[in-house]
Design a protein around this ligand. Structure first.
Ligand SMILES: Nc1ncnc2c1ncn2[C@@H]1O[C@H](COP(=O)(O)OP(=O)(O)O)[C@@H](O)[C@H]1O
Ligand SMILES: [Mg+2]
Length: 483
């Protein structure tokens, strides 16, 4: 303490002042006492004592004022520093210590100011990091939840709240099992907490599992669980959920498609193989049988050709390149051209086919190839599923800003229970009849694909024995998306 300059700064003036006051008081006291001994007038004694009291009071007042000023000057930087340090403790780093003096108080003020600036910079870094983390967490598509070892939720992002339909979660208070009511999730988290506690040599017993949730909607999720260290003393479990519902549906659809394709290919190939083998084994086949067998082989080859053509068509539609090729197309001439090929077909089956289309038909944003595929598939079906003597009609008109195609026939019709499924790949109302006619079961799914590509709608209206009507509405101009 004795080495401290501040101490001496306070101590020296204070002691000096005290000495001064005592000296003055002593001086006045001695003067009065001397005067008292010199003139023994009893009447002056009382006034002398009074003067002595006044002098002493005067000396104390002067000492007090000077002392106050001296101490105030010496302690004000300290008060200033204390106030600034308190502000820093509250997280307010805006103020600075202003000290006019030099020496140790100056050094302390500078140290406090440097500390404030340093703290402010560090706090800013922490805040920036937190903001970054918040931004990433709230914009992530994956759902993220973190719990501590007591299973209390200590972090949850927006996706997780939406995925599990949670409106409000109190961080560090709510338990995982209170909010995510899924037995498998809670059990796995508990197991992982137990095994992480036992895990030695820093091994991290991570887990990846699939779970199904039913609320707020049925979803299939892939869940990654891993133990994490949150801070020096807190450990927890990090849960990341990916919604794989659509992915799994796609995988299943693809698997089913491959199985269907194999099945569809097997029959014609087996038939062709059987007939070719018979022909090879029987060297003396009559001309008539030979022709008959070759006819059958030809029919099945055609079936294979149709199938491969349709599969290629679908895979082409699945790739995104075609979307770029849509352009303004004059419909009238194009549709007339497509339609003209069908007249011949219908004559053979004694069917009436008519085209109802105004010459003023405006252009539409499409592509000739796609339009041909669309109409061909629908007209093929209409002709195929309409008995001899029936009627087929193609009507094209403008409705508001759309083009409406209506393909109607007086054919066998489709029962109500099949209507919702006929656009599925390989779905046929009567599979053997369709195959017999060279059908692949893919025509209407190609139609649906093309309509979707044009942001259009397809509807079907049909009655068994009375005929079917397919109505397609396509916007004349495709919506533009910002790049
Ligand atoms: N105009 C129609 N009249 C009656 N049934 C139809 C018609 N169009 C389609 N269908 C039914 O829908 C099924 C699916 O049609 P599509 O995908 O074109 O396959 P397919 O190769 O069998 O023609 C057909 O098998 C048929 O049962
Ligand atoms: Mg068809």
């Amino acid at each position: 303490m004795l080495k401290n300059k501040s101490f001496w700064k306070l101590f020296i003036p204070f002691t000096s002042l005290l000495c001064l006051s005592l000296t003055i008081t002593g001086y006045f006291a001695s003067t009065i006492i001397k005067g008292h001994h010199a003139g023994p007038l009893a009447g002056n004694q009382a006034s002398d004592i009074k003067s002595l009291v006044v002098y002493i009071l005067f000396a104390f007042v002067i000492t007090g004022i000077i002392g106050f000023i001296v101490i105030k000057i010496n302690t004000s930087p300290l008060l200033n520093i204390t106030q600034t340090a308190k502000n820093f403790a509250r997280g307010n780093f805006t103020g600075k210590v202003e000290v006019a003096c030099s020496g140790e108080m100056r050094d302390l003020a500078d140290a406090i100011n440097t500390m404030g600036a340093e703290l402010q910079a560090r706090t800013q870094i922490i805040l920036d990091d937190k903001n970054k983390l918040d931004a990433i967490m709230s914009n992530m598509r994956e759902a993220v939840v973190t719990t501590d070892y007591q299973e209390r939720i200590i972090l949850i992002n927006n996706s997780a709240q939406a995925m599990f339909g949670l409106s409000k979660v109190e961080i560090n208070k709510d338990y995982l099992w209170e909010k995510i009511r899924n037995e498998k999730v809670c059990r796995l988290v508990r197991e992982l907490i137990m095994s992480s506690g036992k895990a030695e040599n820093g091994s991290r017993p991570e887990k990846v599992v699939e779970i199904e949730i039913l609320s707020p909607g049925k979803k299939l999720l892939q869940m990654h669980l891993s133990p994490i260290q949150i801070d020096k003393v807190t450990y927890g479990i990090l849960l990341v959920f990916h919604d794989i519902t659509e992915l799994r549906k796609l995988e299943n659809a693809r698997r089913e498609f491959v199985a269907n394709v194999s099945h569809e290919l097997r029959t014609p190939i087996a038939t062709i193989k059987g007939y070719v083998e018979t022909l090879l084994e029987n060297k003396e086949t009559s001309e008539e049988t030979l022709r008959e067998f070759l006819g059958i082989i030809m029919k099945h080859t055609q079936r294979l050709d149709n199938l491969i053509e349709d599969i290629l068509q679908l895979s082409k539609l699945d790739s995104s390149d075609l979307k770029m090729e849509l352009h303004e197309l004059e419909l009238y001439g194009c549709i007339e051209n497509i339609f003209s090929h069908y007249k011949e077909h219908c004559v053979k089956k004694d069917q009436t086919i008519e085209l109802d289309m105004p010459p003023s038909l405006p252009a539409m944003e499409t592509n000739e190839y796609l339009l041909r595929q669309l109409l061909t598939n629908l007209l093929d079906n209409a002709i195929k599923y309409t008995p001899n003597g029936g009627r087929i009609r193609l009507k094209v008109e403008t409705v508001d800003n759309t083009i409406r195609f209506e393909i109607s026939d007086t054919g066998i019709g489709i029962a109500q229970e099949h209507l919702s499924r006929i656009f599925e790949r390989f779905y046929r109302v009567d599979p053997s009849r369709s195959r017999e006619m060279g059908g692949t079961g893919l025509g209407l799914s190609i139609v649906k694909h093309i309509v979707n590509l044009h942001h259009g709608v397809v509807k079907v209206d049909s009655n068994v024995g009375a005929g079917s009507k397919f109505i397609i509405t396509i916007p004349r101009h495709q919506p533009r998306y910002a790049a």
